[in-house]
Design a protein around this ligand. Structure first.
Ligand code: PMP
Length: 407
């Protein structure tokens, strides 16, 4: 009998199944109220625009041939150009040479880690951080350094030596919080002082429900250094939350010198992103992107408000939670020593509500951090107000029960 476990490369020891992906397998269990995963609501996807684009591609033999052929590894040239023009219009002057199309931004994060991390290299990440990024980085066996939540501790001496710092400035997954303009500037100072790169995850940037938009790190760095080629930032973008995740189209934006190196990784990994999906997407962003984003923002804003109202009503004193200005997530912290992993388990088994215990979002080896054991993530993206309220009420009941038990 082959013992597969001894045949795996040692780096796979640090690669473990995601709690959320495991939970997603429960998605059909209709009695469970899912407040865990952050899928975009399929009611918002632009079906009409996609159908029209698809029909137009098949009706034109030249376009149909391109759609079914291998695309260039860099991506479908007109889509790269469109993204570069949009970013330029938003204040980050760049060209198609600064854009690599990836299979979702998840692939972009993997490629950046593959490009930059050798075993034992220091990778700085926000704590807590997006699970998918941590899992992608884990495979390259970095030594993690946690970027403290409080920017008063962002000190070049204490935090030096990392190859990069990974951050999600807008409506972070998992906390829903947003980096202030001052924090963005401080982070750029830190990058300039230490020579490390910044990996900016722009996944939720377009989903803002209140407040004024803040400039991306890439935009600030391009202004500061006069040119994107000198910016110490790689930005990962995606159409997953604005058009549809199944198309798997994302991008990396950054200095052309680095993009050319990433293209070599793309070639070795999967040759290219689907030409058909990139062509569909280009048609749809030109006709329906802004309307789809507007619709998504209306829907998610209402859901955020309902969930925040329900939390205010249901949670016992001592439970705190964020009110995100955008994105899909709320982060809650339980009082005292209450353990959120146990809370999440009991929520599922005793109250039929699925949430994600916060521990999953902390990288290995970064030690004891406030909130590590007592926090959990909720998502309001896929659930109507009544069902979300019911779920939150059940969580409130459990929090009360556990408070009594620990008294
Ligand atoms: N970054 C963040 C912060 C995310 O939450 C996600 C997915 N939920 C991704 C990146 C990856 O998304 P995709 O690969 O679909 O672009």
């Amino acid at each position: 009998m082959t013992d597969w476990d001894i045949l795996y490369a040692s780096r796979m020891r640090s690669v473990i199944a995601s709690d959320i992906r495991e939970r997603m397998k429960l998605l059909d269990a209709s009695e469970i109220i899912h407040l865990g995963g952050g899928l975009p609501d399929p009611a918002i996807f632009p079906y009409g625009a996609l159908a029209a684009s698809s029909a137009a591609i098949w009706a034109d033999p030249a376009r149909a041939r391109t759609a079914l052929q291998y695309a260039p590894s860099e991506g479908h040239a007109p889509l790269r150009k469109w993204i570069a023009e949009r970013m330029t219009g938003e204040g980050t002057p760049c060209t198609a040479d600064n854009i690599l199309i990836t299979n979702g931004s998840q692939q972009g994060l993997d490629f950046i880690a593959k490009l930059m991390l050798a075993p034992g290299d220091k990778a700085m990440v926000e704590i807590p951080s997006f699970i998918g990024a941590l899992r992608a980085f884990d495979a390259y066996q970095p030594h993690y350094i946690g970027l403290p939540q409080d920017s008063a501790h962002w000190d070049a001496k204490a935090l030096g030596g990392a190859k990069f710092c990974y951050v999600g400035p807008d409506f972070r997954n998992p906390t829903g919080t947003t980096m202030t303009l001052g924090e963005r500037e401080t982070l750029l100072d830190l990058a300039d002082a230490t020579g490390m790169a910044l990996i900016e995850d722009g996944c939720y940037e377009a989903l803002r429900y209140d407040g004024a938009p803040l400039p991306s790190l890439l935009k600030l760095a391009t202004e500061r250094h006069g040119n994107i080629e000198k910016a110490p930032v790689l930005y990962t973008g995606t159409f997953s939350k604005t058009i549809a995740p199944s198309l798997r189209v994302g991008w990396i934006a950054g200095p052309a010198y680095v993009i050319r190196k990433l293209v070599l990784i793309k070639q070795a990994s999967d040759l290219a992103t689907s030409a058909l999906n990139q062509m569909l997407l280009l048609d749809v962003v030109q006709t329906a992107l802004d309307d789809t984003i507007a619709q998504a923002c209306l829907t998610y804003r209402d859901r955020r408000d309902s969930m925040v109202d329900a939390l205010r009503e249901a949670m016992p004193p001592g439970v705190t939670f964020t009110r995100p200005e955008g994105g899909l997530y709320i982060w809650a912290e339980l009082p005292g020593e209450m353990d959120a992993t146990l809370f999440a388990q009991r929520a599922l088994t005793e109250h039929r509500v699925s949430i994600v215990g916060g521990a999953a979002f902390y990288p290995a080896g970064t030690g004891a951090i406030p909130g590590r054991t007592g926090s959990f993530r909720l998502s309001f993206s896929m659930i109507d107000a009544d069902r979300a309220r019911e779920g939150v009420m059940r969580l409130g009941e459990l929090a009360r029960q556990m408070t009594l038990e620990s008294a």
